[in-house]
Design a protein around this ligand. Structure first.
Ligand code: DMJ
Length: 667
């Protein structure tokens, strides 16, 4: 083969491999071009790569940063040994599409690595079934709240450092730089002009941090804390396993308060430990939705961090088998490992409960909107269709429906337990849609119209209350839970301008006052679980089983809405009295506990710090003492667990997915 054409020739004339002296001019040009390219490749990056532009010291910095990141990544960078053969210690097996550890390893560090590895493998499995969702647009500040927050955020609390998220590198928040490069939106702030309100708000923040530290110290990863005996607690609604319910429920509250260190602790736990693939016991579909799915969706909309969106989707998909009933009305409980769902045996012959299957709408519609997967919206629309088209006795919605037959159960209607948040989600679905969901509006107006005519009453001394209807007879009792309805009436009156608006505002004010009376008429300053109205008593519990207080938020929730809509200072005063009462009777060394009898001077503690104290009670207190720019009601709507969700068309953090869903939904 001859090489005399383009390439230079070599000869062995004066020693080994010397170049021929004379090159042809074409060869010279070629050599020049090759040298030039070589130089360009070597020197070019210094000018064109931003990380190297800053000179040698920046380059050293860069190398150092990479080194630090490798150090941090630790075990993740070390390749795991080849998986042992089946039956060996630590083997990882795939079962029903999910990888499991066959045997636990004794070395906790190794098992931690393994857990992470398994999570990664499982996540990858899921990703294969999921559409690749485009990187979310992480917005910088321009909503009302965010703008205001940017001005106010400069003021830093002495005791609690409030970090402005914009100023902090993403990895310092535990947010992977790979996922979120742009600054997170800032929604902290909202400091009131009134110095007293500011001080009170700081106090609420201190309470949150106290409760969080107790949980972190004694019950980290458990569902809830027992703040007196200082250990973990789990309620039946969460199943028997440790699913970190408090962490998920608390996260958005920590975020809006600017408690970034605590927020990041929670985020990391969610990233590495929140795993519904490991669940083996039954969970409540409703509670999982409002606390886990709602909580995660809320922090997703606030931060734009896709981890939260993906976890919310993962969990919601696990709930879907509960909807496989002849009517589409879901069962109350689901074993996510087996997909077997059922109802509570006590619920009117195995019926589903109105406040449970009627409180999925906000989260499910939002899930579809941010994922592009219509399955969630389809599920809740089907529920709505069924209940809308089924005749109601006297126009009232009974609390029970049989998911197999679509027939209403016992004739019991309540705006308290078993009914409450169904009504709440009608008006809120209308608000969430940016006023487009006319069906939700009509259903709300109709349902609330009947309740107003038949169940809203005045006591002898003029206290407004909402009775319950049982087999056509009125029971003059109001649950603490029913006290949310003051806020709902007010929200409805403001969001749907109609001829009943002013009546509804009056009812709202009346209910806020009655619920306050239920607090004021106890020596503890905290209200009972239920209270009654009769010839003898007003706004007081009758039975001993009605006298406890479990840190519920509904009364404060109504005061929050009334404060926002009326600016009557009494609501702030009432809220402050509740803070003082919580401090006096519920605070313990490790957190906050419910009490067994609000009518005792020194009540016994029930030793449970409910997860909703973070999600709701503390959040509403904090917001009452903030100015209206923080989570403006023009931009946000709160789910029933007080997790704010953005309003479509009004809030730029809505983060709607563009394009249609492709791929298989992981069930
Ligand atoms: C919360 O989990 C929710 O507000 C739910 O709708 C009913 N009540 C509890 C707190 O009381």
């Amino acid at each position: 083969m001859a090489f005399g054409g383009v390439l230079p020739l070599y000869s062995k004339r004066n020693g080994p491999w010397t170049f021929r002296r004379i090159f042809r001019s074409r060869e010279k040009v070629l050599i020049f071009l090759v040298c030039l390219t070589f130089l360009f490749v070597c020197i070019g990056p210094i000018f064109f790569l931003p990380d190297l532009r800053g000179g040698l010291s920046t380059r050293v910095d860069h190398v150092y940063k990479v080194y630090k990141q490798m150090q941090k990544a630790g075990p993740e960078l070390i390749l795991p040994p080849p998986p042992p053969q089946s039956g060996e210690e630590g083997a990882i097996r795939k079962h029903e599409g999910v990888y499991h550890n066959v045997l636990d390893h004794n070395d906790i560090h190794l098992s931690d690595d393994k857990q992470r590895l398994m999570e990664k493998i499982n996540n990858d499995e899921e990703l294969r079934h999921m559409r690749v969702i485009e990187k979310p647009v992480v917005l910088t500040v321009s909503s009302t709240a965010a703008n205001k927050a940017n001005q106010i955020i400069q003021q830093v609390d002495e005791s609690i450092k409030v970090q402005q998220v914009n100023d902090v590198e993403p990895e310092r928040h535990g947010v992977p730089t790979k996922e979120v490069k742009a600054p997170l939106p800032v929604v902290q702030g909202g400091e009131d002009a009134d110095p007293v309100a500011r001080q009170r708000r700081d106090k609420v923040k201190e309470m949150v941090l106290h409760a969080w530290r107790g949980y972190k110290t004694y019950a980290w990863g458990k569902n809830e804390l027992r703040p007196v005996s200082k250990r973990g607690h789990t309620a039946g609604i969460f199943g028997r396993q440790d699913m970190g319910a408090t962490i998920v429920d608390a996260l958005d509250t920590l975020y809006i308060m600017g408690c970034m260190e605590e927020f990041n602790e929670g985020r990391s736990w969610i990233q590495y430990h929140l795993d519904f693939n490991q669940l083996r016991s039954e969970m409540s579909v409703f509670e999982t939705n409002i606390r886990f799915v709602g909580g995660l969706l809320s922090v997703y909309s606030l931060t734009g961090d896709p981890l939260f969106r993906d976890r919310a989707l993962h969990i919601a998909r696990k709930l879907l088998p509960a909807f496989d009933t002849p009517t589409g009305i879901p069962y109350a409980l689901i074993n996510v490992a087996t997909g077997v769902a059922k109802n509570y045996a006590w619920a009117s012959g195995g019926s589903s409960i109105l406040s449970e299957f009627g409180t999925l709408h906000l989260e499910f519609v939002y899930l579809s909107d941010i994922s592009g997967d219509p399955v969630f919206t389809e599920k809740v629309m089907r529920i709505r269709d069924v209940i809308r088209k089924t005749d109601r006795p006297d126009g009232l919605y009974p609390n029970y429906m049989n998911p197999k037959t679509g027939k209403w159960g016992q004739r019991h209607t309540s705006i308290g337990a078993l009914g409450d948040s169904f009504y709440e989600y009608l008006i809120k679905a209308y608000i969430q849609s940016g006023g487009k969901d006319e069906v939700a509006r009509e259903m709300y107006e109709e349902a609330i119209g009947v309740i107003t005519n038949r169940l809203v009453l005045k006591s002898n001394s003029g206290l407004t209350y909402i009775a319950e209807s049982k087999f056509n007879r009125l029971e003059h009792k109001m649950d603490h839970l029913a006290c949310f309805s003051g806020g709902m009436y007010a929200l409805g009156a403001k969001k749907i301008e109609s001829q009943v608006s002013s009546t509804h505002m009056d009812i709202a004010e009346g209910l806020a006052n009655t619920c306050h009376e239920s607090y004021a008429r106890t020596p503890t300053g905290l209200g009972p679980e239920s209270f009654r109205f009769s010839e003898g008593i007003e706004a007081r519990a009758l039975k001993s089983s009605e006298k406890y207080y479990i840190l519920r938020p509904e009364v404060i929730e109504t005061w929050f809405y009334m404060w926002r809509f009326t600016k009557d200072p009494k609501y702030r005063e009432w809220a402050w009295n509740a803070v003082l009462a919580l401090e006096k009777h519920c605070r313990s060394e490790a957190g906050y506990s419910g009490i067994q009898n609000v009518y005792m001077e020194n009540p016994q503690k029930d030793d449970v710090q409910q997860s909703f104290i973070f999600a709701e009670t503390f959040k509403y207190l904090y917001l009452i003492f903030s100015d209206d720019s923080l989570l403006s009601l023009d931009e946000w709507v709160f789910n029933t667990e007080a997790h704010p969700l953005p309003i479509d068309g009004k809030n730029q953090f809505y983060r709607k997915a563009h394009g249609t869903f492709i791929g298989t939904v992981l069930r």
